[in-house]
Design a protein around this ligand. Structure first.
Ligand code: HH2
Length: 275
């Protein structure tokens, strides 16, 4: 697995080239602006940039393959020349095209694209999702969410590694078919996932950044609303990312790279802070 100096965890910067992603949707429709944002995240300390052309927020409508390729390819091609790029897709053809253009990690919310990663010799993320983005938040239920999610992603990782995938990350899929309580219990048990993933040969990736369960924690929203807006979830994002880093996550997926770099450093899990 590619490791930065000192073996600190990796920071994956989120770059959505979609009109409808829940935080940065519509901000990077122009490939020139998207590439500039990708380079900016790397300058801020991101180790890789995760380019996505289809929103997976709850209720999102699927995007067809041609449109997803149109959105992501110019950005992957330009960034991959000098930055590590992952492609956030559930479509085999998009993954193959992005890898041909230089992406070296397939970040696959569907859990099905490990054969693509094996064939092309690139990394793969085994993320847990219950259902599809369109229906995943309709009353998700588990007997034992920790055992079921850990069991599923570890089994997927073993399968991918046995097929020759050179780099595998397991991800509990925070917010993907989970209530706020499910997300919190999965975060509470992250160290167990890290302890189990190590011997399998996989790292742990966690993505909590600005997700809606964070808008229900702690503080009330404006005018007493139950859910605080996405712009108002930075502190909770940093708290959960810092927690994940101290519990053994080897990579965190974030929108706020500069703030995360600082939080990681202060938690002793990043580059040292200058005195
Ligand atoms: N979360 C999102 C998308 N991709 N990939 C992994 N491995 N883990 C995650 O937690 C994860 C992910 C959702 O966030 P975002 O990309 O910001 O939003 P949208 O799906 O609306 O584009």
């Amino acid at each position: 697995m590619a490791a930065p100096p000192g073996n600190r965890p990796l920071i994956m910067g989120v770059l959505n080239v979609t009109p409808d992603s829940f935080f940065d949707g519509g901000c990077y429709l122009d490939p020139v602006e998207a590439v500039a944002r990708g380079r900016q995240m790397v300058a801020e300390g991101a180790d890789l940039v995760d380019v996505g052309g289809e929103s997976s927020r709850p209720g999102a409508e699927p995007v067809d393959e041609a449109e997803e390729l149109r959105r992501v390819m110019p950005v992957v091609e330009a960034l991959a020349a000098d930055v590590r790029v992952s492609v956030d897709t559930a479509k085999p053809a998009v993954a193959v095209a992005a890898v041909a253009a230089g992406a070296t990690l397939v970040n696959d919310i569907s859990g099905a694209l490990w054969p693509v990663a094996a064939e092309h010799g690139v990394g793969w993320v085994a993320m847990h999702m219950r259902g599809t983005p369109r229906d995943m938040q309709r009353d998700p239920r588990y007997e034992n969410v920790v055992a079921e999610v850990h069991g599923a992603v570890l089994a997927a990782a073993r399968k991918a590694l046995a097929a020759g995938v050179p780099e595998v990350w397991v991800d509990p899929g925070i917010g993907f078919g989970k209530t706020a309580a499910h997300n919190l219990v999965l975060l509470a048990h992250l160290a167990e996932l890290a302890a189990a993933a190590g011997p399998v040969g996989a790292g742990v990736l966690v993505g909590t950044s600005r997700k809606s369960f964070l808008g229900r924690l702690g503080r009330a929203g404006p005018e007493g609303q139950e859910l605080r807006p996405v712009e108002d979830r930075l502190e909770e994002s940093l708290a959960t990312v810092t927690w994940a880093l101290t519990q053994g996550a080897g990579m965190v997926r974030v929108h706020d790279v500069a703030a995360t770099v600082m939080a990681a450093a202060l938690a002793g899990r990043g580059e040292p802070v200058a005195a």
